[in-house]
Design a protein around this ligand. Structure first.
Ligand code: RFL
Ligand code: PHB
Length: 389
C-alpha cells in the first residue's frame, strides 16, 4: 500500500489530523493497535476549547457537538468552605464546551468512514521505519500477515506509550518530566451535575473536581494515592470522600448513584523535544502529557493536528518546506504554555505530601489572590479557554 501520510494511532490527534489532511486533498492511512470499540470505550477528557470545536467544524464533524455540547461561561474554585466564580466569558469573551472525548472520537470516526478513508484497526507490531530517509515506511502485522505502507511522511499520534517516540534514536531527543506523587480517581454516573459549572476544589483532604458529560451524566474526580486500587473505592466511599472535599451547599445538593465507570489515572507533566525527526512528526500525547487539572491534553492534540496539517498542506500545495521545518517550534511554543498552566493549576489545587502546612497556606493565599485580582483572574481565564492558535 502507498499513501502520502501514514498516521499511527486513531485517538483524537490521529483522527483529526486525518480529516484535516483529507480536507486539503492529502490522502492518508491510519494504523491503530486497538479495535474501534476499545478506542471508543476510553473515558477521558470532557472539555473543549473554542478552537478545538472550530477544527471539528472545519472537517465537518462539529454539528453534534454544536447541538449537544454544553457551553460554559465560567468555572468555580472552592476553598476555605466557599465557592468563588471565575467568569471566563466576561474576562475573555470566550466560553468552553463540555463534550466528551468519546463523542469527539465517534464523530471523527464517522466522518472518516463517510469519506471512505482507510483505517487499519487491531494492527500488531506497528513499526515506523526509514523516517530519516526520503522513503519512510510503516510495517504492521494483521491477521498473521505482515503489511507495509510506503509513504512521504509518518505522523506519530500514538499517545504517551506509543511506538513512534520510542523509535527515535535517544541521542536525537530530549525529554522533560515530572511525575506527581498522587493520582485522580474518576467515576462516571447517571446523575445530574451538582452545579451548572465545573467546581475545582482545594481541600485539606485533597483535590476534588465536579464535572459532567451532560445534564444527566456526571463525572467526578478525587485526588488519591498512587498505591490506591479501584477495588478499595466502592461507590459509597467515593461519594463520602467527595462530599467532604466540597463546600457544604454542594455536598447537600450532590445527587449520588451507582458508578458506570471507575478508574485511576496518574498525573504527569512530560515534553519531548523536538516534535520532528526527519520525515516523522509527533503530535498529541505522543509528544507531551499534562496533568488534567487544566483540561488541556485533548486541546493540545487538536492544535498539534492543526499545525501539522497546515504545514503539510504548504508542502504539497506550495512545494515549500517552511511549514514542516517550523512545525516543532510552533507547536512546542503553545505546548509549553499549556504545560506551565496545567502545572500551576495542579500546584495550586492539590494536597502535596512534602510542602507541609506552609505549602497549604500559600495555596489558600494564592487562591484568594486569584479570586480577588482582576489581573490574576484574567490570566487564569485566558489560559483556561485556550491560548490562540
Ligand atoms: P490517545 O488518545 O492516547 O490516542 C493514541 C492512540 O494511539 C494508539 N496506539 C497505537 N497505535 C498503533 N501502534 C501502536 N504501537 C500504538 N500505541 C498506541 C492508542 O491505542 C490510541 O488509540 O492520544 P491523542 O490522540 O494524542 O489524544 C490525547 C488525549 O487522549 C489526552 O490528551 C486527553 O485525554 C487528556 N485529558 C484531557 N484533555 C483535555 O483537553 N480536556 C480534559 O478535560 C481532559 N481530561 C484527560 C482528562 C486525560 C485523563 N486521563 C485518563 C489521563 C481526564 C483524564 C482523567
Ligand atoms: C472532565 O470533564 O473529565 C474534565 C474536565 C476538566 C478537567 C479535567 C477533566 O480539568
Amino acid at each position: 500500500m502507498r499513501t502520502k501520510v501514514a498516521i499511527i494511532g486513531a485517538g483524537p490527534a490521529g483522527l483529526l489530523l486525518g480529516q484535516l489532511l483529507e480536507s486539503y486533498g492529502i490522502d492518508n492511512v491510519i494504523i491503530e493497535r486497538q479495535s474501534a470499540d476499545y478506542v471508543l470505550g476510553r473515558i477521558r477528557a470532557g472539555l473543549l476549547e473554542e478552537g478545538t470545536v472550530r477544527l471539528l467544524d472545519e472537517v465537518g464533524a462539529g454539528s453534534r457537538a454544536r447541538r449537544e455540547g454544553l457551553l460554559h461561561d465560567g468555572i468555580e474554585l472552592a476553598f476555605g468552605g466557599a465557592r468563588h466564580r471565575i467568569d471566563m466569558k466576561a474576562l475573555t469573551g470566550k466560553t468552553v464546551m463540555i463534550y466528551g472525548q468519546t463523542e469527539v472520537t465517534l464523530d471523527l470516526m464517522n466522518a472518516r468512514k463517510a469519506a471512505g478513508l482507510t483505517t487499519v484497526y487491531q494492527a500488531a507490531d506497528v513499526t515506523p521505519l526509514d523516517f530519516d530517509t526520503d522513503h519512510p515506511r510503516v510495517t504492521y502485522v494483521k491477521d498473521g500477515a505482515t503489511h507495509e505502507i510506503e509513504c512521504d511522511f509518518i505522523a506519530g499520534c500514538d499517545g504517551f506509550h506509543g511506538i513512534s517516540r520510542a523509535s527515535v534514536n535517544p541521542t536525537a531527543i530530549e525529554t522533560f518530566e515530572r511525575v506527581y506523587p498522587f493520582g485522580w480517581l474518576g467515576i462516571l454516573s447517571e446523575t445530574p451535575p451538582v452545579s451548572h459549572e465545573l467546581i475545582y476544589s482545594n481541600h485539606a483532604r485533597g483535590f476534588a473536581l465536579c464535572t459532567m458529560r451532560s445534564m444527566h451524566r456526571s463525572r467526578h474526580y478525587v485526588q488519591c494515592s498512587l498505591d490506591d486500587h479501584v477495588d478499595q473505592w466502592p461507590d459509597d466511599r467515593f461519594w463520602d470522600e467527595l462530599k467532604r472535599r466540597i463546600d457544604q451547599k454542594a455536598a447537600d445538593e450532590l445527587v449520588t448513584g451507582p458508578s458506570i465507570e471507575k478508574s485511576i489515572a496518574p498525573l504527569r507533566s512530560f515534553v519531548a523535544e523536538p516534535m520532528r525527526f526527519g520525515r516523522m512528526f509527533l503530535a498529541g500525547d505522543a509528544a507531551h502529557i499534562v496533568p488534567p487539572t487544566g483540561a488541556k491534553g485533548l486541546n493540545l492534540a487538536a492544535s498539534d493536528a492543526h499545525y501539522l496539517a497546515t504545514a503539510l498542506r504548504e508542502y504539497y500545495d506550495e512545494k515549500s518546506s517552511a511549514g514542516i521545518d517550523h512545525y516543532s517550534a510552533t507547536a512546542l511554543a503553545r505546548v509549553w504554555k499549556a504545560v506551565r498552566f496545567s502545572w500551576w493549576m495542579t500546584s495550586m489545587l492539590h494536597k502535596f505530601p512534602d510542602t507541609g502546612t506552609i505549602g497549604a497556606r500559600i495555596q489558600l493565599a494564592e487562591l484568594d489572590y486569584v479570586c480577588s485580582s482582576q489581573a490574576a483572574m484574567t490570566s487564569l481565564a485566558e489560559n483556561y479557554v485556550g491560548l490562540p492558535f
